[in-house]
Design a protein around this ligand. Structure first.
Ligand code: PNS
Length: 163
């Protein structure tokens, strides 16, 4: 039984993330989408909102659950009995970004990171671009799961989509 953790900021979750979650679900017995804090970023969406949006988006994928990653990712993996970290790659820049984290995580506990190639048709989608397009008034609904564009718009206007 191999459980994988698919970690990220998910600020917000995109169709690219969803593609990787589906591919990971077909490879492992269980996949935990781990919504984590990236100390180099200030998120637009609050942690609980990112979790709620990821839960709604992955609700129809068998074997996928969503949790908050509190603290070190490798400690979370140990607590959950997860033997693998899974990450999506859109291209070489992603690999360059991910490689030091994969090596650090392996150095910390020996956990391996498995890289999954995403759908090329989604390779232009990034949470940072979604936020930027939305911030400038563009329509991001083609790049994110249902409900996410409204949540991003609400956050940008200082409110909450739930309210
Ligand atoms: O989507 P992101 O922001 O690129 O994801 C980065 C993330 C959240 C996976 C990384 O910052 C992380 O693992 N944070 C949890 C704390 C931790 O374990 N840091 C050391 C990573 S080597």
């Amino acid at each position: 039984m191999t459980i994988a953790v698919l970690p990220g900021s998910f600020d917000p979750i995109t169709l690219g993330h969803l593609d990787i979650a589906r591919r990971a679900a077909s490879l492992f017995d269980g996949v935990i989408v781990g919504v984590a804090h990236n100390s180099t970023k200030t998120p637009l969406l609050g942690l609980e909102e990112r979790v709620a949006l990821a839960r709604a988006a992955t609700a129809d994928i068998d074997g996928v659950s969503v949790e908050v990653v509190d603290g070190l990712l490798v400690d979370f993996c140990s607590r959950r009995g997860a033997g693998v970290i899974v990450k999506g790659l859109r291209g070489g820049a992603d690999y360059d970004y991910e490689r030091p984290m994969a090596l650090m995580n392996r150095s910390l506990t020996g956990i391996e990171t498995v890289f999954v190639t995403g759908d090329n048709a989604l390779s232009h989608i990034a949470s940072s671009l979604v936020r930027d397009v939305a911030r400038h008034g563009g329509d991001v609904s083609a790049y994110v799961p249902d409900g996410v564009a409204d949540a991003v718009a609400a956050a940008l206007s200082g409110g909450s989509a739930a309210g």
